[in-house]
Design a protein around this ligand. Structure first.
Ligand code: HSE
Length: 315
């Protein structure tokens, strides 16, 4: 095997109440990354497509190559590798774009090297990619993209990541309004100190959301997705946010919120039919305000990043 191609999925981080501690993966969209053996000992970016020329081509500065460099140093490999990154999702969208690239690169290079590290062992490398991309090594995008499913980060120091169960048919509508919100900027506007009454409400919601996932209680999941800390600030960045929430609920969504740092919004629904209806209603609501958008409907992705069969082309 001299090359490996991987699909790494987009993710919904925070899931309402769980800022930096909850996230789940979806099946679409996502990035594709190919890593191949190369002569010499350097890590090279052979191809970056789908980024409109916006990503750095210096291997030390690009998220995908920088995490591959750290990984190869860690396992003591002197192999040269070439990387092709096919961006298949928008930047600054709240869908974990940089996380998907880093995860794709790590899963591909690990496979190429004979899988010396487990998926969980790859996580710290992927988190460093987040630090490079937005200044903070949060794990709520990279962990679900790597591991699949619905993930809770109980602790960052030491890192303690827990996979949660997902009720049967639950399905997600994702709607990306065509505006860009850099994660760094969306993190800088959040209050660093919060009133005790907000903290109490938020940790009640996080606990109840986890209880709802374990007990298949869809109504409990929905009403626990309330965020009284981050959403009240970030929603100002999303046109007509309150009306979008009403639209999702009127169309049967269990819960609604901002995906990661936005502007993508998501509606968690009891099944695919409800998610399709919610997605269409949200797209129409945005269009009524003159905002174009793109939507996806996906069940929760239980596998995370996957190795793809060999194909003739990278993208
Ligand atoms: N938890 C992070 C945030 C996710 O909300 O800033 C970034 O997509």
């Amino acid at each position: 095997m001299d090359q490996v191609k991987v699909f790494a999925p987009a993710t919904v981080a925070n899931v309402g109440c769980g800022y930096d501690v909850l996230g789940f993966a979806v099946y679409s969209p996502g990035d594709e990354v190919t890593v191949r053996m190369a002569d010499g000992s350097r890590v090279m970016l052979d191809l970056v497509e789908g980024d409109d020329g916006r990503l750095p081509l210096d291997p030390e500065k690009n998220t995908v190559s920088s995490v591959v460099i750290s990984y190869l140093e860690h396992i003591g490999s002197k192999h040269g590798v070439g990387i092709s990154l096919c961006k298949k999702m928008p930047f600054g969208s709240g869908l974990g774009s940089s996380a998907a690239s880093a995860v794709g690169g790590l899963v591909a290079v690990n496979e190429l090297m004979g899988n010396p590290l487990t998926r969980k062992e790859l996580l710290p490398f992927a988190m460093e990619g987040e630090r490079l991309a937005c200044g903070n090594a949060h794990a709520d995008n990279v962990a679900p993209s790597l591991l699949g499913g619905f993930v809770l980060i109980r602790s960052y120091d030491p890192l303690d990541v827990i996979s949660l169960p997902v009720p049967g048919d639950i399905c997600c509508a994702l709607v990306y309004p065509h505006i860009e919100i850099p994660t760094l900027a969306a993190r800088q506007i959040i209050r660093q100190n919060i009133p005790m009454k907000d903290a109490i409400r938020q940790w009640g919601n996080v606990g109840a959301l986890v209880a709802g996932l374990y007990s298949d209680d869809l109504k409990l999941i929905g009403r626990s997705m309330e965020d009284v800390i981050v959403e009240p600030v970030r929603k100002m960045l999303i046109p007509g946010f309150d009306r979008l929430r009403e639209t999702a609920v009127e169309n049967g969504a269990l819960g609604f919120g901002i995906s990661g740092s936005g502007p993508t919004v998501f509606a968690l629904c009891m099944n695919r039919s409800f998610a399709e209806v919610a997605a269409e209603a949200l797209v129409n609501e945005l269009a009524g305000n003159g905002v174009a958008s793109t939507s996806w409907v996906s069940e929760i992705n239980s596998e995370g990043a996957v190795v793809l069969p060999p194909s003739g082309n990278d993208c």
